[in-house]
Write a protein that binds this ligand. Structure first.
Ligand code: NAD
Ligand code: UD1
Length: 332
């Protein structure tokens, strides 16, 4: 039985990973400072995991957390582009210093492999589609800079200390438990909860911006594959985790109308400053090296997500505000 440490375990992706690791019969330890995550996300598994409330910046706590651990799934971060623009120091602490602290602890504890939640935001607004891992990154937001620098630390720890590392560049992950309640929340979590309440969603801009929206189960599968894929193919590497298809926001809204029965129209607001226009991944490298293949496509993922929100009456209200800081550049 292997032991996994999941950082950011009380978050959307971390808590989904915890369930999947338990389901394959392995042990889970988790750390979280509960800054954006919630203990409710762990309610159904709280008796089966070793949860430690701790900040990843606390080296002593991370040393304790890494003791006896085989694999680390590093998800803890402040996961928002606009919030990083508002507070770049907070972003740098959690999203870069936190990664370095964790890597030091993992190295010293003799962890077998660390898998990192990297981000498609490192591509910035390069017009070339689809995004491939060998394209030069063009990070613009502090969030993207910290994610890219974290990737470099991951690779550096492999090359300098032999700690096996794998970086997974997630593209817009969505699914059950994603928090809709902050102005920084992911668009699908917001739209679904708004439409279920009969509230009108706001599309920022013309709605023609597109994303490679990826259902959570695909990201979870990628993490589990990344732990066990042959070292010669994956360690020190970076992989896009997505579906290889994109959907624009107008289309997503129409599909959600059909699935929710919402009868209104969307409102259109000003374009969000710093937005990337289109995002689409080439997932060839993940297919070839990790054996990754997305099994849940966009519409099926939306259906599963809706089902979950419908069954969870206590979900927080989606944030109605679009007051987020302006990013001066046209990239994100
Ligand atoms: P989330 O906010 O639900 O989860 C992040 C978790 O990390 C939260 O539980 C939070 O409390 C915890 N955390 C934050 N700072 C911490 C710290 N200093 N110490 C300990 N815990 C801390 O967000 P998520 O969507 O589940 O994101 C998980 C990871 O995936 C993040 O690293 C994020 O940047 C990355 N990511 C997410 C997406 C997406 O579309 N959701 C896309 C690309 C990358
Ligand atoms: C998301 C992630 C980020 C990740 C990045 C790359 C979230 C909150 N952010 O950023 O962590 O690194 O993907 O994978 O999951 N929009 C609206 N109306 C709304 C909210 C958003 O029209 O109410 C639009 C935005 O302007 C944007 C699109 O929807 O064009 C997607 O926005 P969002 O869900 O915040 O994700 P990204 O910015 O793409």
């Amino acid at each position: 039985m292997a032991k996994y440490l999941i950082t950011g375990i009380a978050g959307f992706i971390g808590s989904s990973l915890a369930r999947a690791v338990l389901a394959q019969g392995d042990q889970v330890r988790g750390v979280d400072n509960l800054s954006t995550g919630k203990l409710e996300n762990l309610d159904d598994i709280s008796g089966r995991i070793d949860f430690q409330r701790a900040d990843i910046l606390d080296l002593a706590a991370m040393q304790t957390a890494c003791r006896g651990v085989d694999y680390v799934l590093h998800q803890a971060a402040v996961p928002s582009v606009p919030r990083s623009v508002l507070d770049p120091m907070e972003n740098n602490r959690s999203n870069l210093d936190g990664t370095l602290t964790l890597l030091l602890a993992a190295r010293d504890a003799g962890v077998k492999r660390v898998v990192f939640a990297a981000s498609s935001s490192v591509y910035g607004d390069t017009p070339v589609l689809p995004k491939r891992e060998d394209m030069p990154p063009r990070p613009v937001s502090p969030y993207a800079v910290a994610k890219l620098a974290s990737e470099y630390y991951m690779t550096s720890f492999y090359r300098c200390y032999g700690l096996e590392t794998v970086c997974l560049r997630y593209f817009n992950i969505f699914g059950p438990r994603q928090d809709p309640s902050s102005p920084y929340s992911g668009v699908l979590a917001k739209f679904i909860t708004q439409m279920l309440r009969g509230e009108t969603p706001t599309i920022f801009g013309d709605g023609k911006q597109s994303r490679d929206f990826t259902y959570i189960e695909n990201a979870v599968a990628a993490n589990l594959l990344a732990c066990h894929a042959p070292a010669n193919l994956v360690v020190g590497g970076v992989f896009n985790i997505a579906t290889g298809k994109r959907t624009d926001l107008n289309e997503a809204f129409q599909i959600l109308k059909r699935l929710t029965g919402f009868s209104g129209n969307a409102e259109y607001g000003p374009e969000r400053a710093g937005d990337v226009k289109h995002s689409l991944a080439d997932i060839t490298r993940a297919r070839e090296c990790l054996g990754y293949a997305p099994t849940v496509q966009f519409e099926e993922g939306l259906r599963l997500t809706l089902e979950w929100y419908r069954g969870n009456a206590s979900i927080p209200k989606a944030s109605q505000t679009s007051k987020i800081p302006e990013i001066v550049s046209s990239n994100s």
